[in-house]
Design a protein around this ligand. Sequence first.
Ligand SMILES: Nc1ncnc2c1ncn2[C@@H]1O[C@H](COP(=O)(O)OP(=O)(O)OP(=O)(O)O)[C@@H](O)[C@H]1O
Length: 328
Amino acid sequence: MPTSIAPSGVVPTADHAVVVHQLVKRYGGRDVVDGLDLVARAGAVTAVLGPNGAGKTTTVECCEGLRTPDAGSVRVLGLDPVADARALRPRVGVMLQDGGLPTGARAGEVLRHVAAMYAAPRDTGELSERLGVDLFARTTVRRLSGGQRQRLALAAAVVGRPEVVFLDEPSAGMDPQSRHAVWELVRELRSDGVAVVLTTHLMDEAEDLADHVHVVDRGRLLASGTVHDLLTTEPDGDAGTLRFDTVAGLDLAPLTARLSTVTPDAATGWSAAEAEPGSYVVTGPADPRTLAELTAWLADHDVLAGRITVGRRTLEDVFLDLTGRHLR
Ligand SMILES: Nc1ncnc2c1ncn2[C@@H]1O[C@H](COP(=O)(O)OP(=O)(O)OP(=O)(O)O)[C@@H](O)[C@H]1O
């Protein structure tokens, strides 16, 4: 069962490296973070997953001491990120979404300069090589591509061997190979005991990397738990999904009724939604018979599906269930 599908179920304990409690942040009278609870453990990857504008960056910036909460509290390693900023600086690594790097300096210099600020930094040569920073070490930051800046920012965030790392959309704009290198590094940080907090709107990033996922939307926590917990939460249990694309506007009630007749003994029922015009998601105890029934139903309606896929539920489906909207 999930650690919590309800926001109130996030229970901070002493071994949490990050504890955000009822955080509120307002801009222009609008609560962009609206009573958010969030925890992150050492030796684990915690993903803050939500669509654009959900309040992920604002939340993480409050954890980094870059923004002051309007209400609620934030503790990182037991300290206040704003009041105890000096004590936290050597212990926390931060990768900002816009990089936050000096634009006139060369990439290699930036990394060496950041490393020099720490007592026991990582080997910059080894780190540069594995993230591909060595390939553009002599290029000034302003000339780097978005993905190159991201890689440099990540290297700078981890070079000081921090205990907690905040990564804001770490693989945004990266090619698949760079993304793979980032994910490998994140996994290694976890096994070294680092508390990794990453924001993402990429469900596969959250599913592949995260030990714990906080799903946020409109400044609020919608669900929290391990990926497995979130994907197997009642009422859908171990439901699978049948997705198909065809003409828009099909009446789905007769379809779910028909599928239910095929699986009368199943613990879970069927639900169906038109996620986007002409793009349907049918969730339930999918098996070969129900797939055959779906295609028969389509044939009865004289419609040809452009694509039919069978799969397990994804975090995208969880988000759709919770909000009625897509993650992106
Ligand atoms: N400095 C600011 N002044 C006014 N509004 C802001 C400011 N920073 C953020 N916002 C607004 O707060 C809301 C949340 O923004 P935030 O960047 O935290 O979202 P996000 O979940 O990180 O989104 P994205 O995935 O697009 O980065 C947005 O509506 C944004 O426009």
